[in-house]
Design a protein around this ligand. Structure first.
Ligand SMILES: C[S@@+](CC[C@H](N)C(=O)[O-])C[C@H]1O[C@@H](n2cnc3c(N)ncnc32)[C@H](O)[C@@H]1O
Ligand SMILES: [Zn+2]
Length: 176
């Protein structure tokens, strides 16, 4: 079957992947391939550009990251969007070896030929979203719903407060 997707220059950033035929909602388009490396290994190394935020890394699970700088395929060209037409789906292996978990990119709606493929990278940072970080992770997806950043919002403060209150109550319950 001819491939339905191809790599082209993107108006979002650098290269992107595009539909070259009609794609139906739910179609599995490509696997995100690359070398399995531990978080510690990746954090020590130079697989991402900290100044530009450019990365081919995909967090696979608590133990491993997929580093598409090595043995990667064209899935590494798919850009982030705040209004994506695809999603990254994790397929956990039945065994204990978390390296065998895999990630596939699937369409979440029908996609017409010529449309750029995108998914939400779901990047969450523990640290404060400083001006510098916001600049590094600035989103240029161009969608009317663009949040301006590839970073996902921090947990809602009111949600945090609710949790805190709940904890307090639980603590009280034990003491009483
Ligand atoms: C997996 S690569 C995607 C391919 C990339 N366009 C390229 O040519 O290398 C991820 C990087 O592309 C850039 N990128 C992806 N989506 C973006 C977006 N919506 N806005 C700005 N930069 C984006 C960021 O530098 C990000 O770290
Ligand atoms: Zn955006």
């Amino acid at each position: 079957m001819p491939r339905k997707i191809a790599t082209r220059r993107s108006t979002i950033h650098g290269n992107g992947m595009f539909a070259v035929a009609s794609i139906e909602k739910g179609e599995r388009l490509i696997e995100y391939k690359g070398r399995r490396r531990t978080h510690a290994e990746v954090d020590e190394g130079d697989s991402g550009d900290v100044d530009s935020g450019h990365t081919f890394l995909f967090t696979l699970n608590d133990e491993y990251v997929i580093d598409a700088n090595f043995d990667g395929n064209s899935a590494r060209w798919i850009n982030h969007s705040c209004a994506p037409n695809c999603e990254a789906v994790l397929e956990e292996d039945d065994g204990d070896d978390r390296r065998k978990d895999r990630v596939f990119i699937e369409a979440i709606r029908d996609i017409a030929p010529g449309e750029e493929l995108s998914y939400n990278y779901g990047i969450r940072l523990e640290e404060k979203h400083t001006k510098e970080l916001k600049k590094i992770w600035e989103c240029r997806c161009g969608s009317p719903d663009c949040t301006g950043t590839m970073l996902q919002p921090k947990k809602d403060k009111s949600e945090k407060k609710k949790k805190k209150d709940k904890k307090k109550k639980k603590g009280k319950g034990k003491k009483d």
